[in-house]
Design a protein around this ligand. Structure first.
Ligand code: PMV
Length: 323
């Protein structure tokens, strides 16, 4: 049986940048993200006894050997859960560039977990799917539920999973994903970046800070305090990047255009446009804003040198089956 699933990437408001357990991908701290509706991965999985080996295809692109191996390891997990030894065919498609801090591994492993588990005959709960997706890529566990999502760090495999946070309808939030000019894919992947984070002299403090920021943003979301939400989002962006910049060797993810965007957001805030930025492990910037400010922000940001495109996103749904 062929099963197709769709999942959206997410952008973290409170970041995951450090593992407590490498193999299980347990994070040092809990984190919170927004699911992005405009971006998606669609993955189709088929298990068949006639297949001699696993086939993994990225339509319109190529998987590296390492990426392919990561997918096959995930298929092994799924086979292990179902107690079968059948090979699979996986065809996956993104409507955005993979890697480069645009979170393709999050939507990728979320869609693969859902399609793969269904195709093999498993009926996993949302929590079980989130746990499975986490084993493929940590942030993927936050792409199983929809909306604003919290990943509880947990203390073992079963207790580390993500779920949606209940929010009032009034949380008016848009996310502008600003893609900047860059050569090739990101140089230091998040797995290696996170390993290196431990070499930063600020690591222990940074983890404590993440927990404090988590408390602050949860309260701000509940009380709908926009400026407080924005403050935490920017602080968390710098928390991740300071860890990266102070790792040994240091990692600098930003391009000149990334800084241009940040400065523009500061400048516009002075003029009363209450927007805030964040960035994952790459040069692209995400700006959170209110719907009323979206048009002006888009036109101001598109003008900046080195900005390739601005994609406007709303809050996305959970991972779901298409067939
Ligand atoms: O995609 P992963 O699981 O390797 O982790 C990436 C983590 C960041 O995207 C950089 C931050 C986050 O919390 O999403």
């Amino acid at each position: 049986m062929k099963v197709k699933a769709k999942a959206h990437p997410n952008i973290a408001m409170v970041k995951y940048w450090g593992k407590a357990d490498d193999e299980l991908r347990l994070p040092m701290n809990s984190s919170i993200s927004i699911t992005l509706d405009k971006l998606w991965t669609v993955t189709e999985v088929e298990f068949d006894k006639r297949f001699k080996e696993d086939k993994v295809v990225l339509s319109g692109g190529d998987f590296s050997k390492k990426e392919r191996l990561r997918v096959v390891r995930h298929l092994d997990r799924i086979r292990g859960m179902a107690g079968v030894d059948i090979k699979a065919r996986v065809v996956t498609r993104n409507n955005f560039k993979k890697a480069s801090g645009m979170a393709s591994s999050a939507s990728g492993f979320a869609a693969l977990s859902l399609a793969g588990s269904k195709a093999v005959g498993l009926n996993l709960s949302e929590k079980e799917l989130s746990v499975l997706a986490r084993l493929g890529s940590g942030s993927a566990c936050r792409s199983i539920p929809g909306g604003i999502v919290i990943w509880h760090k947990g203390s073992d495999n079963k207790s580390s999973y993500a779920e949606s946070i209940k929010i009032g309808k009034s949380l008016d939030i848009r996310v502008l994903l600003i893609e900047v000019d860059q050569d090739g894919e990101k140089e230091v992947g998040s797995t290696r970046g996170m390993d290196l984070a431990k070499t930063s002299p600020y690591f222990t403090q940074a983890i404590k800070r993440a927990e404090r920021n988590l408390g602050k943003i949860k309260l701000a979301i509940r009380l709908n305090k926009w400026e407080k939400i924005g403050e935490v989002v920017e602080t968390e962006c710098f928390r991740l990047h300071v860890l990266a910049m102070t790792s040994k060797p240091a990692i600098l993810y930003w391009e000149p255009a990334s800084l241009r965007i940040m400065n523009k957001v500061f400048e516009l805030r002075e003029k009363g446009i209450m927007a805030y930025f964040t960035a994952d492990a790459g040069p692209h910037i995400h700006v959170i804003c209110k719907r009323k400010d979206e048009k002006q922000l888009m036109s101001e940001l598109k003008k900046l040198v080195g900005v390739k495109q601005v994609i406007s996103c709303g809050v996305g749904e959970r991972a779901r089956l298409l067939s």
